[in-house]
Design a protein around this ligand. Structure first.
Ligand code: IVH
Length: 666
């Protein structure tokens, strides 16, 4: 390509951005793309390449800047502009008619217009635009305060970074929408998780929530999320009178609204819409679990007001769960990571609206007793948006008398250890001597958010446990190459790689270690808080319940389970063993603003030698890697860059020029 002057480049960059924004609007909002994906990619590539040559023209709202923020340590709390309310729900037509009647009575009128919209099954977020620019995004949280997930939401392609200005753009705009994951993407993600030996996610909603709440925005970017907007919470400087108009305004500003929204002249029309959508639901690419009916006139909404948790002007009219009849062939018991026994019904396979169901969870003994579920029973199974279906009810009329009652075993079906009852649940007391618990614990220990041992996924763990190479967590650090080569899956190179990954994991630090231990109720976020507060595993091990309860984010159940975990002699021994084997257990104090960031350099820098640049990064707590991988945060590109540059582009890494790098280390 011919080299452009600075002035020309600036113009071209501006043109490209506008063009890309326009195509985003055509694609995401109007669903009428004018160009092919290849042509779109070409525009993006040209923009990227110009921004690399002229990094001084990079702006945060450029379409190239969706991913780039470094991982967060935790999410900050932000206050919503208005409480994010929830909705009252109804399941029957009578309830909807009563809703309509009440509204008419309260307003003293005989006719009310409504909007009816699909009730999207995702998680709701608040997004803020100032003068047309994306500035903030947060999760619902407790409705008053949410978590600041600005950088994560920025990575969602259907969230415009700049609003279209054909309709007057408000100086301040707060809106609400639902982040969702498409069913196809969800199934693909689950397949990948299972292949890696991780637990599959229960439903697209959980997948969307989990993906949005990654601390590292790059991980969110790698998950295919989508959004629909449905409410204006505040718009300054514009006058909008109805919900219908609000939806049109959102659309005009380039914000994606659901294509099935409908204006209904009365409640009967809204009820008909519910019926139609219940059929339509099966064809949609995403999950909806009902329709939301809202009073259209915003002044009426104002007059009707809200209760503490939900407005009086809207109602969620849910769909009946999808049910199908089938027979229970057997009931088996599954053993989870912490030893909990879960009864599972093995079913005669049945198609529940497009999904073949052959297993259903029975939760626990109480559930079985309450519904009087027996082996051989004909039952109704439901898929309420969840992948793991549930046995809803027994069809008692179909009983023949040959059905067999089920009781929970008093020994673990996997390891034969004693089983104890804790509340509604039974637990295998085998601990890590139970192969089922051991396998799940090891897989968790090695998983990405924990010690991140690449190559130690489900299938490999199964082999290692079954061949007796791993009998406890600390055995991971005793694996040698010969052990691995004796297994069917391993060759020279893969064995070396795994050994190296295991070695590397020793340096992951205290927070990840705490999470990796698999203490019940201690997730990634809590583990991080514990690491920060206690700073060493020894202090955490001797913490009392009172000390733990003094931490705002920790509740009584979590506090108790932490204390109980460290009370166990075998857990303490295991930690000592990990320490002896070289696993680092100290908390690293925050030092330098580049802490936790990895840089790669390619091409010649003007102001420093490579060695100098490396020193500068390390001085501020950062790291310099010699090759490009997905773990790299910034690729600094100098004069005539090499192949690393190409690779970085392919991986979608954040690429910066020398000037920007200088600003970072200033
Ligand atoms: S309006 C004050 N519209 O349903 C009214 N909510 O059960 C605010 N939802 O928390 C909500 N689709 O996450 C509205 N078209 C839609 C919706 C919708 C899904 C969710 C939303 C809310 C939940 C209430």
């Amino acid at each position: 390509m011919q080299k452009l002057s600075k002035e020309e480049a600036k113009k071209r960059i501006e043109w490209l951005r506008k063009e890309i924004w326009r195509h985003n609007y055509l694609y995401y909002v109007l669903n009428k793309p004018e160009i092919s994906d290849e042509e779109y990619d070409k525009l993006m590539d040209e923009l990227r390449s110009l921004e690399e040559q002229f990094p001084e023209f990079i702006t945060p709202d450029s379409p190239t800047q969706r991913v780039g923020a470094p991982p967060a340590k935790e999410f900050k709390s932000v206050r919503h502009v208005r409480p994010m309310l929830s909705l009252d729900t109804a399941h029957k037509e009578e309830e909807i008619l009563a809703f309509d009647k009440r509204i008419k009575k309260e307003l003293g009128i005989n006719e009310v217009e409504y909007t009816a919209e699909p009730k999207l099954d995702g998680l709701s977020v608040e997004i803020i635009y100032e003068n047309g620019k994306y500035v903030r995004g947060s999760t619902r949280g407790d409705g008053i305060n949410g978590e600041d997930v600005t950088e994560n939401i920025r990575t969602i392609r259907s969230v415009p970074l700049v609003l279209r200005d054909e309709r007057k753009v408000p100086s301040f705009l707060a809106i609400r929408g639902e982040v969702i994951m498409h069913i196809e993407d969800f199934e693909k993600l689950n397949k990948e998780l299972v292949e890696k030996g991780e637990e599959p996610l229960a439903n697209p909603r959980n997948a969307a929530a989990g993906s949005l709440r990654r601390l590292d925005p790059r991980e969110t970017a790698s998950r295919p999320l989508d959004i629909f907007f449905y409410e204006i919470m505040r718009a300054e400087g514009v006058n909008i009178k109805t919900q219908w108009e609000a939806l049109q305004a959102l659309k005009d500003w380039g914000l994606k609204i659901n294509p099935y929204v409908k204006k209904c002249k009365d409640i009967e029309e809204a009820i008909k819409y519910h019926e139609e959508m219940e059929k339509k639901r099966e064809e949609l690419e995403y999950e909806i679990d009902g329709v939301v009916i809202k009073v259209n006139n915003l002044e009426y909404q104002e007059r009707l007001g809200a209760k503490t948790r939900s407005p009086r002007w809207a109602i969620a009219y849910k769909f009946a769960p999808r049910k199908e009849e089938t027979q229970i062939m057997d009931i088996v018991v599954q053993v989870g990571r912490t030893g909990t026994l879960t009864p599972v019904a093995l079913l005669k396979p049945v198609d529940v609206k497009g999904v073949t169901v052959s297993r259903a969870t029975l939760h626990n003994e109480d559930y079985i007793k309450e519904k009087d579920i027996r082996i051989g029973d004909w039952v109704k199974v439901a898929r309420a948006g969840d992948v793991i279906p549930e046995v809803m009810e027994v069809i008692k009329e179909k009983r023949t008398g040959k059905e067999v009652k089920f009781s929970m075993p008093n020994r673990c079906p996997v390891c034969n250890s004693h089983v104890v009852k804790e509340g509604a649940y039974y637990r295998c007391t085998g601990g890590l001597s139970c192969p089922a618990q051991l396998k799940r614990s090891i897989t968790h220990f090695a998983s990405k958010g924990a010690m991140d041992i690449e190559g130690l996924g489900g299938k490999t763990v199964d082999l290692l446990v079954e061949h007796g190479i791993i009998k406890s967590i600390s055995d991971i650090y005793k694996i040698n190459k010969r052990d691995l080569l004796s297994l069917p899956r391993f060759a020279e190179k893969s064995a070396d790689n795994l050994i190296e990954a295991i070695e590397k994991s020793k340096e992951k630090g205290l927070a990840r270690l705490i999470y990796a231990l698999g203490i019940p109720n201690v997730g990634e976020h809590t583990a991080r808080i514990l690491a920060e507060k206690f700073k060493s595993i020894d202090k955490l091990m001797s913490a009392t319940e009172w000390q733990l309860l003094a931490i705002r984010e920790i509740g009584p159940e979590t506090a108790r389970s932490i204390v109980n975990f460290f009370k166990e002699e075998k857990n303490r021994k295991e930690i000592e063993e990990l320490r002896r084997l070289g696993v680092k257990m100290e908390y690293e104090e925050e030092k330098g603003k580049l802490k936790g960031l990895t840089f790669v350099f390619t091409g010649a820098l003007k102001s420093f030698t490579r060695e100098e640049a490396k020193e500068l990064v390390e001085k501020q707590g950062g790291r310099v890697a010699s090759s490009v991988s997905k773990n790299v945060d910034y690729v600094v590109v100098g004069e005539s860059p090499g192949s690393k540059y190409e690779k970085a582009k392919k991986l979608g890494l954040k690429i910066i020029g020398e000037e920007e790098f200088k600003k970072m280390i200033e």
